[in-house]
Design a protein around this ligand. Structure first.
Ligand SMILES: Nc1ncnc2c1ncn2[C@@H]1O[C@H](COP(=O)(O)OP(=O)(O)O)[C@@H](O)[C@H]1O
Ligand SMILES: [Mg+2]
Length: 154
């Protein structure tokens, strides 16, 4: 059983431009729950970090800050009303590293944090606190090389 088996497919959307990604980020920000996690899965270069930049911009963070963290797996950006917690698990060596990194402290129930995780499948999702709304975004390339993103909700 994979993580998404217990999730509901909300929508599949074609993102054939950066503007389409920005539009999706805008819609998602309008629907954010106070305790919200967004998990992203999809190959390198598919547009995960760009989507997070677009989220950051919507939240009023200085978007210039957002990049793929090369050493730290976690970065925090300050928006006008929310903090964006950006986690990139690409370089994660083991689940032990997660335990010792303070990762789980992010789930402190604070309503002013939005937690966004790239390469979400590197951790065991069943341990994500149930009091959080969890939006999973699965990215793939369409045959004509556009991006296709599937949105699942728990
Ligand atoms: N919806 C999109 N349409 C066209 N190009 C995109 C789109 N999203 C991202 N890109 C481009 O793809 C490249 C890789 O995106 P990035 O967000 O770094 O991928 P990832 O974080 O998944 O590795 C960037 O140069 C970005 O401009
Ligand atoms: Mg990235």
């Amino acid at each position: 059983m994979t993580a998404k088996d217990s999730m509901t497919l909300l929508e599949s959307r074609r993102l054939d431009s950066l503007v389409a990604t920005e539009e999706l980020a805008k819609e998602i920000v309008l629907r954010l729950k106070p305790q919200q996690i967004i998990g992203l899965q999809g190959e390198m270069g598919i547009g995960k970090t760009y989507f997070i930049k677009a989220l950051a911009q919507q939240l009023g963070c200085p978007s210039i800050e957002v990049n793929s963290p090369s050493y730290a797996i976690h970065q925090e950006y300050h928006g006008t009303t929310k903090k964006l917690q950006h986690v990139d698990l690409y370089r994660l060596e083991s689940e032990d590293e997660i335990e010792s990194s303070g990762f789980w402290d992010l789930f402190d129930g604070s309503p002013d944090s939005l937690i966004v995780i790239e390469w979400i499948d590197r951790i065991n999702l069943t341990t994500i606190p149930q009091n959080y709304s969890y939006l999973r975004m699965e990215w793939e390339r369409s045959k004509d090389d556009a991006r296709l993103v599937h949105l699942y909700l728990r």
